[in-house]
Design a binder for this molecule. Structure first.
Ligand code: NAI
Ligand code: MG
Length: 364
């Protein structure tokens, strides 16, 4: 099978980690019978410098025509102050890409790697075996509402607002994907909201319960208030399998969940337009462009490599290849081949080579 992949390195360490992940893909794809038709383009700052826009129409078109989009990272002090006309998505090539592709389901897994437990703030007995997926609604809520603004108050001071709004349709489509993803894991979902104080939270809880009742009786569903979820997650990360939340709660809880991985550089993500939709998903590491280490060849490529694993699993239905990539990463960490963010001295290239050398093709 041939698959069209668009790779957008972006800024800072973005192009470095994308190049590393593409080397891994070059070995993994043929091992599961995939032929990669790759094209590459610029995004955000890199696109601004060359074309004066954060996301070219041609790039967006190419993204729509591909089966998956890989993104490194965007942003940096050279561009962070630039302001163009329009809403928040216009200021950021990646936000615009996410919105245009309508990738409303964010998957942010994090696990405690045995070799890195000492680099987490947890005692080993508390975190060993923790393996989480935080799912974040990505296209709605206060982050994307059109009802936002700031106005001067007659008596002095200001009033600012971003409406926290969700329609039942938005919650429903997201909940479906969450339960489908749960079926590929341990079938335990915790949905978080603040239905005790927010009306939008009440609708969230109602709709999630309805979707669950209508077709996912095999999945265990629990509702938690978001603040309590944060507390329980911090206290006992092994108690959770899949946590689902709206754009804001998902943002916060996925960062918190990431602590168990030992470094920001270890965390992958997938942003999907549903599980069986024709449109492409975006696969990218959680970290930013790390301007402080860009160009030094020492960026940790594992978050990006694991994002390629998520592309194989959720984009191309090759969970087998994803598991083998994760096993190769495990071997690399066990051998002590680690970049400086993990306390090691290895380069991006050395880690990439070790992961490739440790990869074995899935059994058929
Ligand atoms: P950052 O994630 O780029 O860096 C935070 C710290 O983690 C830095 O010390 C960095 O060196 C380190 N780090 C991050 N990724 C690493 C990796 N793969 N290997 C080794 N060390 C790594 O976040 P920061 O500094 O807040 O933001 C820098 C720029 O990135 C800003 O312009 C920001 O807007 C942008 N950004 C972009 C994101 C994206 O493209 N998805 C996400 C977060 C920030
Ligand atoms: Mg965030």
């Amino acid at each position: 099978m041939a698959v069209k992949i668009l790779a957008l390195g972006g800024d800072g360490i973005g192009p470095e980690v994308v190049a590393a992940a593409l080397e891994v893909l070059e070995v993994v794809a043929p091992s599961v019978g995939l032929r990669v038709d790759l094209s590459e383009d610029l995004l955000h700052g890199a696109a601004w410098d060359k074309y004066g826009t954060f996301l070219r129409a041609e790039t967006l078109e190419a993204a729509r025509r591909s089966d998956a989009v890989l993104v490194g990272a965007v942003g940096g002090p050279r561009w962070d102050h630039i302001s163009v006309e329009g809403g928040p998505a216009e200021q950021d090539g990646l936000m615009k890409l996410r919105r245009e592709l309508d990738v409303y389901a964010g998957l942010r897994p994090a696990r405690a790697w045995d070799a890195l437990i000492a680099r987490t703030p947890y005692r080993a007995a508390l975190v060993r075996g923790a393996d989480l997926m935080v799912m974040r609604e990505l296209c709605g809520g206060a982050f994307f509402t059109a009802t936002r603004g700031i106005e001067a108050l007659a008596g002095g001071g200001w009033r600012a607002f971003d409406l926290n709004e969700y329609s039942s349709a938005e919650i429903e489509r997201f909940a479906r994907v969450c339960f489908e993803v749960a079926r590929r894991r341990k079938r335990r979902v915790v949905s978080v909201d603040k239905s005790n104080v927010l009306v939008a939270g009440r609708l969230w809880r109602e709709v999630v319960s309805e979707v669950h009742a209508a077709g996912y009786g095999d999945v265990n569903l629990t509702h938690l208030f978001a603040d309590n979820a944060a507390y329980q997650l911090g206290r006992n990360p092994t108690a959770f399998d899949l946590i689902m939340g709206d754009n804001l709660f998902g943002d916060l809880l996925s960062d918190q969940a990431g602590v168990i991985a030992g470094s920001l550089g270890m965390l992958p993500s997938a942003s999907l337009p549903g599980l069986h939709e024709p449109g492409p998903g975006i696969f990218e590491p959680v970290h930013g462009s790390a301007p402080d280490i860009a160009g030094q060849g020492i960026a940790n490529p594992i978050g990006m490599i694991l994002s390629v694993a998520m592309m194989l699993e959720y984009g191309f239905d090759h969970a087998d290849a994803a598991r083998q990539i994760e096993a190769a990463v495990d071997t690399c960490l066990d051998q002590g081949i680690r970049t400086p963010d993990l306390g090691g001295t290895a380069t991006t290239a050395e880690v990439t080579e070790t992961v490739i050398r440790s990869y074995t093709r899935p059994a058929r």
